[in-house]
Write a new protein. Structure first.
Length: 232
């Protein structure tokens, strides 16, 4: 009987230790911004510039066939309240397509009535972050030898062109680093029970995937940063 109590206590101790709260943290990766004085001066003189979003879908690290229109719409929806007049990108692409082999930027500006091209040159939502460290419940750093915790982040890159002068006006790369404020990767038994109960309730109601939501929020924030950097 004592042996059974000992085994039961040992099992409980192992389960408690294995399911103790662990938090993962990554340091925010710095953004990379290259801007020109001519763009800043242009935006100071033109308070409501006319812009078009162009998308280089071949440079996107996304699943084949995935519809990313919600991301492109999110960018345009952030530009609108920031004082930009947003042109229809499909119409602009038709104008470009008609004269693709001999583009005269002055004529392009007149035909499209557009001042700036904001090109989405790269989007990657599978940027891998790795670490062998975690933080315990008391926020103490712990190291796990020969093991790497992994989380996905994202990055987006924009290129800006002044159409009137056919001038390269800047490159803006923004990064989404996961778990900057901490991500719980394992939980105590009581926390797991509460989470399981909550998930069962959410499953009954239905819910949308977190990954898509996080990417859309990142794109919105990146566009707001883009506007600030362009005008700064």
């Amino acid at each position: 009987m004592k042996k059974n109590y000992f085994l039961l206590s040992l099992t409980f101790l192992i389960l408690t230790n294995c399911s103790s709260t662990k938090t993962l943290k990554f340091s925010q990766k710095a953004d990379d911004v290259i801007r020109t004085e001519s763009l800043r001066e242009f935006l100071q003189e033109n308070k409501k510039p006319k812009v078009v979003l162009r998308v280089n879908e071949s440079s996107m690290n996304v699943t084949e066939g995935e519809n990313n229109d919600y991301l492109f719409n999110a960018i345009e929806n952030q530009l609108l309240p920031s004082g930009f007049v947003v042109r229809d990108r499909q119409l602009f692409n038709q104008i470009i397509g008609n004269d693709e082999n001999n583009i005269d930027y002055q004529q392009l500006r007149e035909k499209s009535d557009t001042d700036l091209i904001i090109e989405l040159t790269k989007l990657d939502h599978q940027v891998l972050y790795e670490t062998n460290k975690y933080y315990d419940k008391k926020n103490r750093e712990r190291i796990v030898p020969s093991y790497a915790y992994q989380k996905y982040g994202a990055s987006v890159e924009f290129k800006v062109v002044l159409i009137n002068s056919n001038e390269f006006a800047g490159v803006y790369k923004f990064n989404y680093t996961p778990c900057v404020d901490g991500c719980i990767i394992s939980k105590s038994l009581s926390e797991l029970q509460r989470e399981r109960k909550k998930k069962m309730q959410e499953d009954e109601k239905g819910y949308e995937g977190v990954e898509r939501n996080e990417l859309e929020i990142f794109i919105k924030n990146a566009t707001q940063k883009l506007v600030t950097e362009m005008r700064d």
